[in-house]
Design a protein around this ligand. Structure first.
Ligand code: GLA
Ligand code: ZN
Length: 693
C-alpha cells in the first residue's frame, strides 16, 4: 500500500515519551487519547539522545522499539527524528570541541540545545553512529514513514575548525588570493590579505566592514548547515533506510538560505508560530504574513509540504504568549492546508512536567484528560483533515512569482545602504498582501528560480544581480512575461561589488527603459506622493530618481529648472510622478514594452493600497486566475489547490465577525458532487469552507 504520506493528511505532533519512561502506563493512555483526537502520526526521539545513548557506546533503543510498535499496532505512524539537536552532558564533558564557539570567540559551556559545532569530527562521528544505528533499527519498520533530521538547524560556530573550513570554502570559490582581494575590494582602508591564514570570520571585534566577506560568511554558514544535514542523511542511508527525509525549517529564518536545502530534502516541512491576537497590526496582517511563509516554504520544491509544528493554543517563548481564540486553531490549520500542507502537527502532544517548556501549550495538558477546550478543538481538526484526504495529491500552482532572495537581503543589510532599516521583507509583504486580498496564488522564490511557469514576476529591491539573473529576467520579459521591478535593483554583483555603467545592470535598464541616477532616503516622518489612475498614494522609505531612456531636457520655469521627458514609444511610459520635493515631476512609476512582454518600474515604496489597485489592474490585463470569482471582503482570502483532475478552493475568514461573499460563478461544497451549487458563501467568524469551482 502507498505510504500514508501519499494518501492521507497527517495529524499529530511531537511526542516525547522519553520524558515519561518512569510512568509506563502513560503510553497506553496516550494511544487512547490520540485515537480520540484523530491522530495518525507523531514525531519521536527529537531530543532523545540521553535516553538512546545514556553512556558513551551504550545504546538503549528498547523503549523506542516498544513505542513505535505500540503506536503502529494502533494505526499511528512515526516520523522518526535523529536526536542531533541536543546532545548529552557526558559528550560535552568528554569532548568539549562538540560545543559551539560564539561570535565573541568564547566556547559555550554545556547547556541549552541547537548549539553544536557543525565541523567537529567528533560530533560528526557520534551523530553518524547514532543515526545509522537508528536507521538500522527502525528505518524499515512499517510504522515509520519519514526521517525528521535533527531539529530547527540554526546558528553558526566560530571555532578554529569552522574558521579553517571557512578559508577552505573561500579557496574553493576564489582559487587565488588576488581574486578574493579583487572581489572584496580590499585596497580600501588597506585591507589587502597577503596570506589565506589572515582571513577570519566577521565578528564584532574583528572585520565587519568587508561586505563581500560578510555575505560569503552567511553563505558559508548555510553551506556548513546543508553539509551537516547531508552528513546525517548519508548516515541514515548507510543504516539501510530509503525513507524520505525532511528537516523542520523556520520560514523566514534569516541566517540560512533555505533554497540551498531544496535538493537535499525529499519533503519540505516547517514550524509555524504566528502571533495571533498579539501583533498590533491585527490578525489579518498576521494571516497575510503566515500565508506568505507557507508559500515560501512550499515554493522551495513547488510541492506539498508538511506543517511539522504549531501550537494548539499558546507558546511560552514570546514576550506575551496569547491563547488562540476558539476556532482559531482550526482556521490556522486549514490555512496551512490551503497553501499546500499535507499535515497539521503540534508541538507537543503531552505537556512536559518540568523543563523549559512546561507551560508551552500541548494537546494533553497537566490535567491529563480530554475534556478541555484545546483537546476538543484539536480533535475537530483531526476529523476535518480526514475528509480532506483527496487534497494530498493537489498543490497550489501559481502563475505569479515574488522573488525573495536571501543572499540579496544579506547584501542589502550588510552594505552601508541609504537608510536603516531598508525593510526588504516588509516591502515584499506589501506586494504579497495584494494577491492575498485578491485570492490569487503566489510562489515565493529566489532569484535563481526557473521563471518559465509564471506570467507575472515581481522582483522588489533586487539589489544583487548574481551571474545569470539579469539574463533570465530579460529573457522572461522578451518571451512575453510581465516583470515588476523597483528601486534599489541591479546595483551589485554577487560579491557586493558595484556594477559600473548604467544600472539596473546586465542590460536591465533597457528592459525597464529607465536608468538609476540617485536615491533619496526618507525619514520615517517624511512622505512623498504619486497619483496613478486618478488616485493619490503616499510614498515612503526611499525615492529613487530614475532617468527614462528618452530624450530629456530641462526647462526653466518660475520655480527653477524642471526635467522634461519626451513621449517616445521606444522608451518607458511614465505612469506616475513624484509630487513633492525637488524631484517633483520625476517618474515614480513607469512601464516599458520589451520584446513580447512588459516591464514596470516602481521608483519608491508605496502604501499598501497602491499595490492592491495596481495588481488588481494587472491581474485583469493578464487574466490571472482568481481562486474564487468574487470580490473578497476585508480579512477574507481564497486559495486554490489543483492536480490529478481535482480542484479545491479553500475560503478563509480571518475576521471575528461573519462574512457573506457573493460569487459571480457558482461553486459546490467540496466532496459533494451532487451538492447544490451556490452563489453566496456565508462564513462565521474564523470560518472556512472548501468548495469546488
Ligand atoms: C520549536 C522547536 C520545538 C519547541 C517549539 C516551541 O519549534 O522545534 O522543539 O521548542 O519551538 O514553540
Ligand atoms: Zn565549529
Amino acid at each position: 500500500m502507498a505510504s500514508i504520506l501519499n494518501r492521507a493528511m497527517l495529524h499529530g505532533g511531537d511526542y516525547n515519551p522519553d520524558q515519561w519512561l518512569s510512568s509506563p502506563d502513560i503510553l497506553a493512555r496516550d494511544i487512547e487519547l490520540m485515537k480520540q483526537a484523530h491522530v495518525n502520526c507523531v514525531s519521536l526521539a527529537i531530543f532523545a539522545w540521553s535516553a538512546l545513548e545514556p553512556e558513551e557506546g551504550v545504546y538503549t533503543f528498547d523503549w523506542l522499539q516498544n513505542v513505535i510498535d505500540r503506536l503502529y499496532e494502533n494505526g499511528i505512524y512515526t516520523v522518526l527524528a535523529t536526536p542531533s539537536g541536543a546532545r548529552p552532558a557526558w559528550m560535552a564533558q568528554k569532548y568539549p570541541e562538540v560545543l559551539r564557539v560564539d561570535e565573541t570567540l568564547h566556547r559555550n559551556h554545556y547547556g541549552d540545545r541547537h548549539n553544536h559545532c557543525y565541523t567537529s569530527p567528533i560530533y560528526r562521528e557520534k551523530v553518524w553512529e547514532m543515526d545509522s544505528r537508528l536507521s538500522k533499527a527502525f528505518g524499515n519498520h512499517p510504522g515509520v514513514i519519514l526521517w525528521h533530521i535533527s531539529n530547527e538547524y540554526s546558528g553558526a560556530c566560530y571555532c578554529p575548525l569552522c574558521q579553517e573550513e571557512f578559508r577552505r570554502f573561500l579557496k574553493k570559490k576564489y582559487k587565488t588570493l588576488d581574486a578574493l582581494n579583487a572581489a572584496y575590494w580590499t585596497g580600501f582602508w588597506s585591507h589587502t590579505y597577503t596570506d589565506w591564514s589572515q582571513i577570519e570570520a566577521p565578528v564584532p571585534r574583528g572585520e565587519m566592514l568587508l561586505h563581500g566577506l560578510s555575505v560569503d560568511w552567511h553563505r558559508f554558514v548555510t553551506q556548513r548547515t546543508v553539509d551537516f544535514f547531508n552528513w546525517e542523511k548519508a548516515a541514515v542511508r548507510a543504516g539501510g533506510s530509503e525513507l524520505p527525509v525532511t528537516t523542520n525549517l523556520m520560514s523566514f529564518y534569516y541566517d540560512l538560505d533555505y533554497t540551498k536545502f531544496a535538493d537535499s530534502l525529499d519533503l519540505v516541512s516547517w514550524d509555524s508560530y504566528p502571533s495571533w491576537r498579539t501583533d498590533p497590526r491585527g490578525d489579518v496582517a498576521v494571516a497575510i504574513h503566515t500565508a506568505m511563509a507557507h508559500d515560501y516554504m512550499r515554493s522551495l520544491k513547488r510541492q506539498p509540504f508538511l506543517l511539522m509544528e504549531n501550537t494548539p493554543n499558546q507558546v511560552n517563548w514570546k514576550q506575551i504568549n496569547r491563547l488562540k481564540a476558539p476556532g482559531q486553531n482550526l482556521l490556522a490549520a486549514m490555512q496551512a492546508v490551503a497553501h499546500g500542507s499535507n499535515s497539521v502537527q503540534y508541538f507537543q502532544w503531552r505537556q512536559s512536567r518540568g523543563g523549559n517548556e512546561k507551560f508551552h501549550g500541548a494537546v494533553v495538558d497537566h490535567y491529563g484528560e480530554p475534556d478541555t477546550r484545546v483537546f476538543r478543538e484539536v480533535a475537530e481538526v483531526g476529523k476535518t483533515l480526514e475528509q480532506l484526504a483527496p487534497l494530498c495529491k493537489t498543490c497550489p500552482q501559481p502563475q505569479v512569482a515574488l522573488i525573495l532572495d536571501r543572499e540579496n537581503e544579506w547584501a542589502i543589510d550588510e552594505a552601508c545602504s541609504p537608510r536603516k532599516p531598508m525593510r526588504y521583507e516588509e516591502t515584499l509583504e506589501s506586494h504579497y498582501q495584494a494577491f492575498w486580498r485578491l485570492g490569487i496564488g503566489v510562489d515565493v522564490v529566489s532569484a535563481d528560480a526557473d521563471l518559465t511557469p509564471y506570467r507575472l514576476v515581481i522582483a522588489p529591491m533586487l539589489y544583487m544581480y548574481r551571474e545569470g539573473v539579469a539574463e533570465k529576467l530579460r529573457a522572461f520579459v522578451e518571451a512575453g512575461g510581465t516583470l515588476v521591478g523597483t528601486y534599489w535593483s541591479g546595483l551589485v554583483d554577487e560579491n557586493d561589488l558595484c556594477y559600473l555603467g548604467p544600472t539596473p545592470a546586465g542590460g536591465m535598464h533597457e528592459v525597464f527603459g529607465v536608468r538609476y541616477q540617485e536615491i533619496d532616503p526618507l525619514r520615517d516622518t517624511d512622505e512623498n506622493a504619486m497619483t496613478w489612475n486618478d488616485k493619490t498614494y503616499a510614498l515612503h522609505d526611499l525615492c529613487e530618481l530614475v532617468e527614462p531612456l528618452a530624450d530629456r531636457w530641462v526647462e526653466e520655469g518660475e520655480d527653477g529648472p524642471t526635467a522634461c521627458f519626451a513621449a517616445n514609444e521606444k522608451t518607458a511610459e511614465i505612469l506616475a510622478c513624484y509630487e513633492k520635493d525637488f524631484y517633483a515631476g520625476y517618474p515614480a512609476l513607469t512601464v516599458h514594452n520589451f520584446g513580447k512582454g512588459k516591464a514596470y518600474y516602481l521608483a519608491s515604496r508605496a502604501e499598501d493600497a497602491f499595490y492592491v489597485d495596481f495588481y488588481t489592474k494587472l491581474a485583469g490585463e493578464l487574466s490571472l486566475s482568481r481562486a474564487l470569482d468574487a470580490d473578497l471582503p476585508e480579512g477574507v482570502t481564497a486559495t486554490l489547490r489543483e492536480g490529478e483532475g481535482c480542484k479545491v478552493v479553500c475560503v478563509q475568514n480571518f475576521n471575528t465577525e461573519p462574512v457573506s461573499i457573493s460569487l459571480r460563478t457558482p461553486v459546490r461544497p467540496f466532496g459533494e458532487p451532487d451538492g447544490e451549487a451556490v452563489t453566496t458563501l456565508s462564513l462565521p467568524g474564523y470560518g472556512f469552507a472548501f468548495v469546488t469551482p
